[in-house]
Write a protein that binds this ligand. Structure first.
Ligand code: ADP
Length: 311
C-alpha cells in the first residue's frame, strides 16, 4: 500500500486538564475524502485543527505525505492545506475576486495568473465571474459565500483540503447543491479531503472513508458501507442508525424517488420500483456503494448510491 497522505499517531490534546482528543490514530489514503463523523463535542474540529496546526497537539505525531507536519514553519505547512469553515471567514471589505486571490497573491503569483485562476475557480464553483467577481460578501447568499470560501481554499491548488462543517449553516436545498459540488470537485481534482460533520447523511453521501469518533478517539474507520453494515460497537450502531438511516422510510420509499437519472454504475441493475431497503440490501450483499437502476422493461435509467438512500 502506498503511504497515507495524512497519518496521525497517538495524537492527544487536553484543555484545562481534560482530554478532548486522546491517543487518536488515523491514516487517510491519498485521494480519499475522509469524513470525521461523530456527535458534537467528540473532538472532530480539534483533530482537524491539529492537522493544520491551528491547535498545537500535546503529544503524538502527524505526518503529511510522509513528512513530519509538526516541524516545518507553520506558513509552509498551511500553504499546502486549504481550509474551509462554516462561517467562511471571508474578508468583508474585499471583493469576491480579491478574497479568492488571497493566497496566490501572498505567494507572489504574477497578476495575470492570479486573475486567470480566480476566473477558473468562479466557473468551477458555478458562480458567473461577470456577476460575482466584483461583489462583496454581504451581497451574497449563505450558499454563495460558502462557494467563495471553497474557491478561496482551492486557489493555490493545495494538496489537502480540510473542511469543518462547511455546510451546516445553509438551508437543506443549498446544502444538497454544495455537497454535489464537493463530490464533483473531489472527483475532478483527486485531492485528499478531510471533512468534519455530525450529519450521517452528509457523511454517507460524500465519504470514500468514514472515521467515527467518540470522546476524542476514532472508534471505527472504513468505507461508508462498512460502517452501515458492520458497526464495530453499540455506539456506532446507535449513532448511524438512530440518526438518520430512517429504516422505516427506507422500507416505503422507492429507488425511483432517489435515482440519479442518466448516471451509470457497474453490475446487474436493480428495479426502479424496488424499495430503498432492497437497494441497501443489494449494496451490502454485493459490497458496492452504487447500483445501476432499470425500469420494468429492462431499460437502464440511472444509478443510485448509498448516499442517495438517506438524502
Ligand atoms: P466537535 O468538533 O466534535 O464538536 P471540538 O473538537 O470542537 O468537538 O471540541 C471537543 C471538546 O473540546 C468540547 O468539549 C469543547 O468544548 C472542547 N474545546 C474545544 N476547544 C476548546 C478550547 N479552545 N478551550 C477549551 N475547551 C475547548
Amino acid at each position: 500500500m502506498s503511504e497515507p497522505m495524512i497519518e496521525l499517531r497517538g495524537v492527544s490534546k487536553s484543555y484545562n486538564g481534560r482530554a478532548v482528543v486522546g491517543d487518536l490514530t488515523l491514516a487517510v489514503p491519498r485521494g480519499a475524502l475522509c469524513v470525521l463523523l461523530g456527535p458534537s463535542g467528540c473532538g472532530k474540529s480539534t483533530t482537524l485543527r491539529m492537522i493544520n496546526r491551528l491547535v498545537p497537539c500535546d503529544g503524538g505525531t502527524i505526518r503529511i505525505d510522509g513528512e513530519d507536519a509538526l516541524r516545518p514553519p507553520v506558513e509552509a505547512l498551511r500553504r499546502r492545506i486549504g481550509y474551509v469553515i462554516q462561517s467562511t471567514g471571508l474578508f468583508p471589505h474585499w471583493r469576491v475576486d480579491d478574497n479568492i486571490a488571497t493566497v496566490p497573491r501572498l505567494l507572489h503569483w504574477p497578476e495575470p495568473r492570479v486573475r486567470a485562476r480566480v476566473h477558473e475557480l468562479l466557473e468551477m464553483l458555478r458562480l458567473d465571474p461577470r456577476i460575482y467577481a466584483g461583489k462583496y460578501p454581504h451581497q451574497l447568499s449563505g450558499g454563495e459565500q460558502q462557494r467563495v470560501g471553497v474557491a478561496r481554499a482551492l486557489a493555490a491548488d493545495p494538496e489537502l483540503l480540510l473542511m469543518d462543517e462547511p455546510f451546516a449553516a445553509v438551508d437543506p436545498v443549498t446544502r444538497d447543491a454544495l455537497q454535489a459540488e464537493i463530490a464533483r470537485i473531489h472527483e475532478a481534482t483527486g485531492k485528499t479531503i478531510v471533512f468534519v460533520t455530525h450529519d450521517i447523511a452528509e457523511a454517507l453521501r460524500l465519504a470514500t472513508m468514514i472515521a467515527v469518533m467518540d470522546r476524542g478517539r476514532v472508534v471505527q474507520s472504513g468505507t461508508p458501507l462498512d460502517i452501515v453494515e458492520r458497526p464495530a460497537s453499540d455506539f456506532v450502531r446507535d449513532f448511524v442508525g438512530v440518526q438518520g438511516l430512517g429504516l422505516k422510510l427506507l422500507a416505503v420509499r422507492r429507488v425511483r424517488d432517489r435515482l440519479q437519472t442518466g448516471e451509470q454504475a457497474d453490475g446487474e441493475p436493480i428495479d426502479a420500483g424496488a424499495t430503498l431497503a432492497e437497494a441497501l440490501a443489494a449494496m451490502v450483499a454485493r459490497r458496492v456503494g452504487r447500483l445501476a437502476v432499470a425500469e420494468g422493461d429492462g431499460r437502464v435509467v440511472g444509478a443510485i448510491a448509498l448516499g442517495d438512500l438517506v438524502r
